[in-house]
Design a protein around this ligand. Structure first.
Ligand code: GDD
Length: 313
């Protein structure tokens, strides 16, 4: 199999290209900017692909000739989408449309996995039940709108063009290599800075009452690989644990592992407009199609991530 990964330099993209390379799959590691770490493995090549420059998409597809495309490149943070809604829509929605147009001409037989988000469900999160793929989507922020629109257009294109399209809706995920701006990385990076005496022993946090459904990044990567390998029916697939956790409970688990006592201060500037307080999903459809279940407990994943930050701070 020849797999082209967009956003290969990103958090999930880097992990996915490594995991595919370990399986001896030929990987096209596509990124808008040159990768900071050279791609792993003899079977991996780096490709330039900038969603905002459509000619680079076509060139990457022509050069690599993929059987599968995993489209991860995106503006991926909710908070930034409030600051730059235009960039978010341009990158996530219009960029996905450009990719679909190019696929039609350059790789019409490829199986395509587009990364959406649990944020697409938006206000449905407050139903308080594990959301299935049939739950209504009521996106509540520009990021959520951008991913919902991209997913819907991708599914419509796919029906019209007979593309084998799988649109995943990953719920929150975390792990080594995730940048600051996401809750686990924000918390751990502060803990490590405090352990090193680089900041006062008080963490700055946002809304701790929100509940989210967290999966370790390696499990998310495994879900994507299963989906492109097994090619279940086209459509939408949630990727999640089915377990809601308050952000406060994550913080408690992390603070227990700190080597120094740490206080907590609520920072009102981290409060988000129109925040959906609860997201929990059902991955029953994914499990039935591929046998996937998350292998890493959140507690173990947090420990791994903390150790990684201690080594890479
Ligand atoms: N980032 C951050 N930093 N979030 C905090 C903090 C903090 O210091 N304190 C509390 N939170 C709360 C946020 O308000 C939110 O309720 C929750 O922690 C998770 O925030 P994020 O990690 O920023 O994730 P997200 O839920 O907004 O979006 C992430 O998950 C989506 C899938 O559900 C991103 O990874 C998206 O790309 C992804 O699609």
């Amino acid at each position: 199999m020849r797999v082209l990964v967009t956003g290969a330099g990103g958090f999930v993209g880097a992990k996915l290209t490594e995991a595919l390379a370990r399986r001896n799959v030929a990987v096209g590691a596509a990124s808008a900017r040159p990768l900071s770490h050279p791609p792993h493995g003899a079977n991996t090549i780096g490709l330039e692909l900038d969603l905002l420059r459509p000619e680079t998409i076509r060139q990457a597809l022509r050069t690599f000739r993929p059987d599968a495309v995993v489209h991860l490149a995106a503006q991926s943070t909710v908070s930034e989408s409030w600051e730059r809604p235009d960039v978010t829509i341009r990158t996530n929605t219009l960029g996905t449309i450009e990719l679909l147009k190019a696929l039609k001409d350059e790789a019409p037989g490829a199986v395509v996995l587009t990364a959406g988000s649990s944020e697409e469900y938006g206000a449905s999160g407050m139903l308080g039940i594990p959301l299935t793929e049939e739950a209504p989507c009521m996106p509540q922020n520009p990021y959520a709108v951008s991913k919902y629109a991209a997913g819907q257009i991708a599914l419509q294109f796919a029906r019209k063009q007979r593309l084998h399209l799988i649109h995943v809706r990953p719920f929150n995920h975390f792990g080594p290599g995730q940048k600051r701006g996401f809750v686990v990385a924000d918390f751990i990076s502060q803990i490590v800075a405090i352990e090193r005496g680089l900041r006062e022993p008080v963490m700055s946090v946002g809304d701790l009452s929100a509940e989210r459904d967290f999966t370790y990044v390696d499990d998310v990567v495994e879900a994507y690989i299963q989906l492109i390998e097994r090619k279940p029916d086209p459509g939408i697939y949630n990727v999640c644990s089915g377990i809601p956790r308050t952000i406060e409970s994550l913080l408690t688990l992390l603070l227990r592992q700190s080597s120094v006592p740490i206080g907590v201060r609520r920072d009102e500037s981290k409060r988000r407009p129109a925040e959906v307080k609860l997201f929990v999903g059902s991955a029953a459809k994914l499990a039935a199609a591929t046998g996937w279940i998350p292998a890493t407990k959140v507690e173990a994943g947090l420990t791994e991530t903390l150790q990684w930050w201690r080594l890479h701070f």
